[in-house]
Design a protein around this ligand. Structure first.
Ligand SMILES: Nc1ncnc2c1ncn2[C@@H]1O[C@H](COP(=O)(O)OP(=O)(O)O)[C@@H](O)[C@H]1O
Ligand SMILES: [Mg+2]
Length: 365
């Protein structure tokens, strides 16, 4: 019998809560989906979190976000005309406020209290998807390769999926293995730079970047970051590719026009993604792209040029709206959790073994 799940996601771009109502029959299809933009003030407070932030502030944000996630789920159900009782469970990734898989001990922290979500919606909620994998020696991320394999994999050919969120990550699905890792920064630096220079939340369609020129010298300096040369599996976040990281590099290029910096950042993402795809997915015929970066025309054009003759296309061409692939993945991960099936791919996260990931917070009893 078909079952409904809701997936909730707020990524490293801290732009919006993406919510998807997914029907499993047993293959997933999106019944309804919506992005709920985060208020400017909340976005700023989340982005201001550092390792010096008082615990009380983080703990309050945990509850505040839990309420917003719950409201998003309820509103989505209103859109779809479905009662909460028709939903088997919610899978909520939460908002990552810190991800440090390489420190000792390794740790990762997502907020958006699942107790609040379960209480306010009455729907069983699965959350805290990363930490079990970390405990099993993995990076805790990327979380979506198992889902990508399920919906985009093909026994006939190697497929490659690229998610252009705050950070860019790829999944390579071949006959005998699934690889997945973060290639480096995507929207996090693009958003941060345009916000600091023009006050815009993001560079719509990449138009501002397209008005500038890539600086080969700055690009070379950025590409020298050791993360890019690390072997996969690996994961990173805006803690590393931060505003401070960019400012340090820019100090050597005082005369550079602001739009040239934006153009160089687009090129940085395109080059590092293309290098990773060539190294790990050389046999793939097609690159399927999802995440908000799919709307950045300059970035998509550069990827297409750098990877030719490989076809570069939105996941819409494979049946899933590129803005909701990740939210769908959390609906799927919740379903895996309730069935006690693994949700990680050890070759993607580096974990010792497959693990059942996520904690379960019961809904109405
Ligand atoms: N029309 C657009 N043009 C260019 N970039 C866009 C557009 N729409 C969204 N984006 C980018 O996508 C980001 C959100 O992508 P998303 O997949 O939600 O990332 P995350 O998972 O990190 O939250 C925005 O912050 C913005 O940088
Ligand atoms: Mg987002």
């Amino acid at each position: 019998m078909a079952e409904h799940y809701i997936g909730l996601m707020s990524g490293t771009s801290v732009d919006a809560i993406d919510a998807a109502l997914v029907r499993f029959d047993p293959r997933p299809s999106v019944v309804a989906a919506r992005s709920f933009p985060l208020a400017r003030d909340l976005r700023a407070r989340l982005r201001a979190i550092t390792d010096q932030t008082p615990l009380g502030i983080a703990a309050q944000l945990d509850v505040e976000l839990g309420r917003l996630f719950a409201a998003a789920a309820l509103e989505l159900l209103r859109d779809a005309g479905l009662p909460p009782a028709a939903v088997r469970a919610i899978g909520s990734h939460g908002q990552t406020i810190w991800h440090a898989p390489a420190s000792e001990p390794p740790y990762t922290l997502q907020i958006g209290d699942p107790n609040v979500i379960a209480e306010r919606t009455g729907i069983t909620t699965v959350a805290d998807f990363r930490r079990r994998d970390l405990a099993a020696g993995g990076q805790g991320a990327p979380l979506v390769p198992a889902f990508h394999r399920e919906v985009f994999g093909s026994p006939a050919e190697t497929r490659c999926v690229l998610n252009l969120g705050g950070i860019a990550n790829i999944t390579v699905i071949s006959e005998d293995a699934v690889l997945g890792f973060d290639t480096g920064p995507a929207n996090t630096l693009l958003d941060s730079w345009i916000a600091s220079q023009r006050g815009d939340a993001y560079d719509a369609a990449g138009a501002w970047a397209a008005s500038g020129q890539c600086s080969p010298d700055l690009l070379e300096a950025l590409l020298a970051d050791p993360y890019f040369a690390l072997p996969a599996p690996k994961s990173t976040g805006p803690e590393h590719f931060s505003r401070a990281w960019l400012r340090e590099h820019l100090a050597a290029f005082p005369g550079l026009a602001a739009e040239d910096v934006q153009a160089t950042l687009v090129e940085l993402t395109a080059r590092t993604v293309a290098a990773a795809v060539r190294q790990y997915a050389a046999g793939a015929a097609k690159l399927l792209v999802c995440g908000g970066g799919v709307h950045n025309r300059l970035l998509m054009a550069r990827l297409t040029a750098l990877l030719a003759p490989m076809e570069v296309a939105s996941t819409a061409s494979a049946g899933i709206d590129p803005d909701f692939v990740e939210a769908c993945a959390f609906a799927w991960l919740a379903r895996q959790r309730l069935a006690e099936r693994p949700g990680n791919v050890p070759t993607a996260t580096g974990a010792r073994a497959p693990v059942v990931r996520g904690g379960v917070y019961s809904g109405k009893v």
